[in-house]
Design a binder for this molecule. Structure first.
Ligand code: GBH
Length: 465
């Protein structure tokens, strides 16, 4: 099972989840520093203050990634390093990413840079955050500054990682920073995040060099109706609408989906008022590829009362429940459904008219133990193997998939779950900062070096056989 020539094989991280050093190099506070400092928001009272200390240990970490045989590193830039107050550029902040990019290039690793993975400067939250339209303009300015500084060496640019999470978990359910709980506010925030993507993409395109490519990364949770009735299909439509199409459709130039806007009617008029003439054109700024973050589907079932509140805390959702996932589960309790990834990639390829796709995140948390200096994470090896076969199935069917990034290079700060969920190809001991490459890291590196997945010997690790 060979992958296309030039396929990007990488691992991903995010600034707040790995860097630590939150008070160094002139970095300003972000909403995640504030959120993690508040009582009861993050499991165990944890924060990203130290995390993996990647800010100091990036040469070692990039050495591990390159040593495995991976050829790309997807990382995010911390806006509050580059602009401690959200507006004024810090040379010291930019200098860190300068060093990081040089280190990657010296090891022939392709830098894939994400401008926003949820660490909004606190000063901008104090000025209204994503529910405030001006934040989108501030983001475009910031994007241009980073692009000016690194555009001579970085070709792959992603504006925003998972606007769904930044908006709906940050301002709707409140389980992520800044912890606002208001679904109408969350919809407004979502619009401004998408607007920020469009404004930034336009700004970067205006100063692009040959070879530069622009993208954003959306998280998809395909909705699987847990039964074959019209009510089940309606429940799946609603979930798919707000989780997936609400973000995908405007980026692809189709505007906001009418059915989702109808589902959103009970939220009042603030979202409609936030969408100004011309915004949908901005959001539809051409991109070169779409980042596809995939972890698991959602099994949905209708409630008898179509107006009854859903157990899934997303704006617009009424009259449906999301069922507990069937086993085998990851440590997070997420379903393992590789075939859903094939379906998703096919659907995105069709819906986008053939836009190149990159699997920008895929991975699983399991309970890992270091034994005699090794981590035999067989469940994760199996997870990667099955999902890579799923990606290959889509490519075989003609979908243009250009790369695959494991989430994550390192065990790291898993947001509201603190340090309790390990997703890394590399184990991190958070007491000593000792790194231990896991078996899954070696496995992915072998696949990357071969640019091919070899079928396993009969019956071995083959859940589909
Ligand atoms: C990714 O998001 C993040 O990009 C990354 O930073 C993180 O470490 C990684 O996942 C692992 O968690 O729909 O309200 O029931 C994953 C997207 C979105 C998946 C929220 C789980 C459940 C919330 N996640 N979703 S809800």
């Amino acid at each position: 099972m060979t992958f296309p020539a030039g396929f990007l094989w990488g691992a991903a991280t995010a600034s707040y989840q790995v860097e630590g050093a939150v008070a160094e190099g002139g970095r300003g506070p972000s909403i995640w520093d504030t959120f993690a400092a508040a009582d009861g928001k993050v499991l165990g009272g944890a924060s990203g203050a130290v995390a993996c200390d990647h800010y100091h240990r990036y040469p070692e970490d990039i050495g591990l990634l390159a040593g495995l045989g991976l050829n790309a590193y997807r990382f995010s830039v911390a806006w509050p390093r580059v602009m401690p107050d959200g507006r004024t550029t810090s040379a010291a902040g930019l200098a860190f990413y300068d060093r990081l990019v040089d280190e990657l290039l010296s090891r022939a690793v392709v830098p894939v840079l994400t401008l926003y993975h949820w660490d909004l400067p606190q000063a901008l939250e104090d000025a209204g955050g994503w529910p405030e339209r001006d934040t989108a303009a501030r983001f475009a300015d910031y994007a241009a500054v980073v692009h000016t500084a690194l555009g001579d060496r970085v070709n792959q640019w992603t504006t925003i990682n998972e606007p769904f999470c930044a908006a709906f978990l940050g301002y709707g359910s409140g389980v992520h920073a800044p912890g606002v709980q208001d679904h109408e506010t969350a919809l407004v925030a979502a619009h401004h995040l998408l607007l920020a993507h469009g404004l930034a993409t336009r700004a970067l395109a205006g100063q692009a060099r040959p070879g530069h490519e622009f993208s954003l990364a959306l998280n998809f949770a395909p909705a699987i109706p847990d039964g074959d009735t019209p009510a089940h299909r309606e429940a799946a439509r609603k979930f798919d609408g707000i989780h997936n199409r609400f973000f995908l459709d405007p980026v692809l130039g189709h505007g906001y989906p009418e059915d989702v806007l109808a589902d959103a009617k009970h939220h009042g008029g603030r979202f409609a008022a936030a969408v100004r003439d011309g915004d949908t054109d901005v959001i539809a700024a051409p991109i070169d590829w779409l980042g596809v973050n995939y972890y698991a589907p959602a099994r949905v079932t209708p409630l008898e009362d179509p107006q009854a509140p859903s157990n899934c805390p997303l704006p617009t959702l009424r009259g449906l429940d999301v069922l507990p996932a069937p086993p085998p589960l990851t440590a997070f309790g997420w379903e393992q459904a590789p075939a859903t990834l094939t379906d998703l990639l096919r659907r995105l390829g069709t819906r986008s008219g053939g836009l190149p796709l990159v699997v920008a995140e895929n991975g699983a948390s399991f309970v890992d133990k270091v034994v005699d200096g090794r981590v035999f994470d067989a469940a994760r090896v199996n997870y990667f193997m099955e999902h890579l076969r799923a990606v290959h199935d889509a490519i075989r069917d003609g979908v243009d998939v250009r790369g695959y990034f494991a989430w994550s290079l390192l065990d790291n700060f898993e947001w509201a779950m603190g340090y309790t969920q390990r997703f890394g190809l590399v184990h991190v001991d958070f007491e000593t900062q000792q790194r231990t490459v896991k078996e899954s890291g070696r496995f992915l590196g072998r696949v990357a070096r071969a640019n091919a997945l070899r079928p396993p010997p009969d019956g071995v690790g083959d859940a589909r056989a």
